[in-house]
Design a protein around this ligand. Sequence first.
Ligand SMILES: NC(=O)c1ccc[n+]([C@@H]2O[C@H](COP(=O)([O-])OP(=O)(O)OC[C@H]3O[C@@H](n4cnc5c(N)ncnc54)[C@H](O)[C@@H]3O)[C@@H](O)[C@H]2O)c1
Length: 397
Amino acid sequence: MGVRVDAVWAGNSPFWGKGGKSPVPVFFFPSIYDIPRTVQFCSCNVFSTQDHAMAALVKKGTGVYGWKGETDEEYVWCLDQTVYFPDGKPLNMILDDGGDLTNWVHEKHPDIISGVRGITEETTTGVCNLNRLLKEGKLKVPAINVNDSVTKTKFDNLYGCKESLVDGIKRATDVMLAGKVCVVAGYGDVGKGSAQALKGFGARVIVTEVDPINALQAAMEGFEVTTMEEAVVKGQIFVTTTGCPSIIRGEHMLAMQDNAIVCNIGHFDSEIDVKWLKENAERDTIKPQVDRFKLSNGRHIILLAEGGTVNLGCATGHPSFVMSTSFANQVLAQIELWTKHEEYPTGVYRLPKKLDEEVAAAHLDHLGVKLTKLNEKQSKYLGLNPSGPFKPDHYRY
Ligand SMILES: NC(=O)c1ccc[n+]([C@@H]2O[C@H](COP(=O)([O-])OP(=O)(O)OC[C@H]3O[C@@H](n4cnc5c(N)ncnc54)[C@H](O)[C@@H]3O)[C@@H](O)[C@H]2O)c1
C-alpha cells in the first residue's frame, strides 16, 4: 500500500487496512476517508483481491489497483500505480505485505526514496527481504518489522491460518478431511496453525521440517515427522507453509497418489513447482483457482490457487478479528515511523513490547476476557510494573 501523508494527520487511527487479505477491513476505512486520497492500494498477489470489497473502496474515491485473477504483468502495473498519487506527488510511507512495493520503489523509483519516511512490513517473507536489503546495504528507509510483533505472528500466522487454510481447501474442493493423510511442509507459526486445523477435522497429519526444534515440537504435538520423499506416497492433501522455494517438485508430484490435492499457504508462489506441472502435465481447469493436471503416469494432481496462497486465492483470507490485531500493529508502526522518523536511522526495527501488549489488551473486551491485575506485593516480587511490560523481549510465548 502506498501511503501519502500530507499536512493532515488527524484522528487516532489514520491507517487501517492492507492490500488484499480480507474484505472486512472495509469497515475500518471511514478513518481513511477523513484524509481523502492519502492511501492507494494494490493487491499483494494476483489472486488476493476481494473485488467486492475493493469496489466499495473505489466508490468512496480511494485509489485501488487490484482485482482477483490478475496476470503477472497486470500485477506489476498495479504495483506501479500506487507510487504516485493523482496530484503528482509520490508516496512517502509504504505499508507492505511481502516486500514487492518495497523492492519496486527501491529499484524502479530511486529518485523518490529520500522522501519515504518509513516502511512497515506485514509478513515473514517480507521481513526476510528487508533483512536481506539491510545486509546488502541496499535498504534506504527505516522499516518496522510488524510480522514479529507477538500480536501479529502468533495470532495472524497461527490462528488466522488455522481458520483460513481449511476454508480455502473446502471452498475449492468440498473434500472430506476426516481420515485423510495430510502433509504439512514446515512447522513454524503458519505450519502449526495448518497442522492443528487439519488434525481438528480428523485428518492424519504428517509434518516435514528442516529445523530440529520445530521438528521436535511437531513430534511432541503428536504429528509424524518425516521427509517429503517419504511423505509423498502416503499423502492425499499437501500444504506448503515454509516460505522456502521448491518444496514440492516434479519428482514428488510424480510419486503422489491419484487426485492428490496440492496447495500452498506460505508467501507466495515458489514452494510448489507449478512451472514443471504446467510444462509436464495436461491441465483441466475445474473452476477458477482449481486445476486438475494429468501427469505422464496417468495420475492426477489437483492444484489450488495455482500454487499461490490458498487462503487468499480460494477463500477470503483470515477472519477480520485476527486481522484487526495485525492492522493495529501496522497502524502503530506507521505512526511511530512518521512521527518519530528522526529517531530511526535506516534499519529494521520492531515495535516495543508495551505496544504489543496494548494491541492484545484492546482485543480482550470483544472476547469478554477479564484480566487479573498484579497487586503491589506481587508486582514487587516479580519486579514488574503492574501495567506492563510483563515479559522480556526474548520471551517466546
Ligand atoms: N497465507 C497467509 O495468510 C500467511 C500468513 C502469514 C504468513 N504467511 C507466510 O507463510 C510463510 C511461513 O510463515 P511463518 O510465520 O510460519 O514462518 P516460520 O519461519 O515461523 O515457519 C516456516 C517453517 O518452515 C521451515 N522450513 C523452511 N524450509 C523448509 C523446508 N525446505 N522443508 C521443510 N520445512 C522448512 C522452517 O524451519 C520454519 O520452521 C511465510 O512465507 C509467510 O510470509 C502466509
